[in-house]
Design a protein around this ligand. Sequence first.
Ligand code: SF4
Ligand code: SF4
Ligand code: FES
Length: 496
Amino acid sequence: MPVLRIDGKEVEVEKGTNLIIAALKAGVYIPHYCYHPLLKVVAQCRMCFVKIEGVPRPTTACTVTVDKDMVVDTKDEKVKKLRNLALEFLLQHHPVDCPVCPRSGECDLQNFTYIWGPERKRYDGKRRLKGWIRVSEKIILFKERCVLCTRCVRFLRDFTKTGGLSVTQRGFLSDLTIFPEKFADGSKYSGNIIDLCPVGALVDEASSYLPRAWRVQRTLTHCPMCERGCRVVVEAWENKIVRVKTFDNMLDKAEESLYSQNKNLIQPAYSEIIGIEDIGAHSYDKLYTQDLIMCDIGRWEWRNFFFPKDTNPLSVRGGIKEEISWEDTKKVARTFLSYDKKAILVTPYATNEEMTKFKELAEKVDADITLLPPLEGEEDDILIKRRKAPNYIGGCNILGGVKDEVISKIKSGQYSALIYYGMGANKGSISQKDLRGDFIVIIDLRLERDDFVGVFIPATLPYEKSGHYTFEGNPKKINPACERIPYEIQLCDSLI
Ligand code: SF4
Ligand code: SF4
Ligand code: FES
């Protein structure tokens, strides 16, 4: 394998590795806007200049692959000057409206300017004033903030193949232009252009008025909305989930060390992301599409899927509902043990740990147990999977899958006591309304009936708990973005 020596650090990399990635492996961050590992290299932002030994002039790193031993310097005076000029050029027309920009605090124009930018601009002429324009129902483009890196254009053209954005005109007049009729054709991945945009030009309208980067707590976990389990960052503020987005693999330890050199930066620290240690020594060791992008369902639909949600345990006695404490809930739930014919139904949204606990409970109290079926929908050959639940395979492995005979017996009232953990499951097969029994424990997002005797427990969301989901056959760790009582596990513990 060729050896890259960069700023005095040495690393062996696979032949053909892009120099920006190879440098990251050595712990050196080369600033860039237009480069992205999923997209074709176009070398148009001119931020990534480096000095390569044996090459007379500074070279753009994004166009170089490490094919043989190489000595690279990123701190060369000429290189710094070129970065400074590139930034001065970009800032000529930029509105510098950081105080109202939702990307402030995680913007590569802001951060690079702090580190390499000019102290003042020399250009005093006419500025391009372009305003803002709606790109889609959910996305707005603030044209003056755009640095014309064309990541969004290339993503829509080459990756999703839907098109919709293009750079028109030339030079001073260059403009990012929208073709709404094409954009409306509908990519299921349109939201990625928000994360791919290195500045605050493409903005998610729904989250633009939510707390900024330095105010939220970020947690690295996996999207539970289908069986793929894309890697996502969940942002929470005051213990509430505010945003779900992709994990920026460029935000890595090299970048952290770079940013820590400049005290003015407000970029949140890489080390402060909960669960970051799960990613291993380097996020670029293996690049999977599901680690770099996500679909629009995972990005936006979780709000409608999980909310509104009941928040307190309730005791239910034939039409009378009453809020009770968690301690009292566990006491009332013990009534379940006093019946002979018992059954437990578990959602494919349960973690492996929860499934194992419910199985242990079923064995201990001699109850029948079944997995509930997942919702199903469209799939594609990029990311989206047919089963709309994270842990169907885990449920097959641990609980033996969906047992239709148990579900039929429940519907025909052959059990006296039930535990129905139904959050996110396919209610077409069996819903809260189909449950028959003398005592019922319902664990779900919302209580949909009160004509029974038992308790209701608000389900813990996948973004609120820790454990593992067996996405596509591979167990992956999930981390909680908010602090919640793990009701499901504690219920089992209190009954075992
Ligand atoms: S909108 Fe963002 S991603 Fe698109 S070209 Fe402009 S800066 Fe690049
Ligand atoms: S494809 Fe979409 S829904 Fe499925 S895990 Fe990835 S982001 Fe979530
Ligand atoms: S990242 Fe190399 S020129 Fe833009």
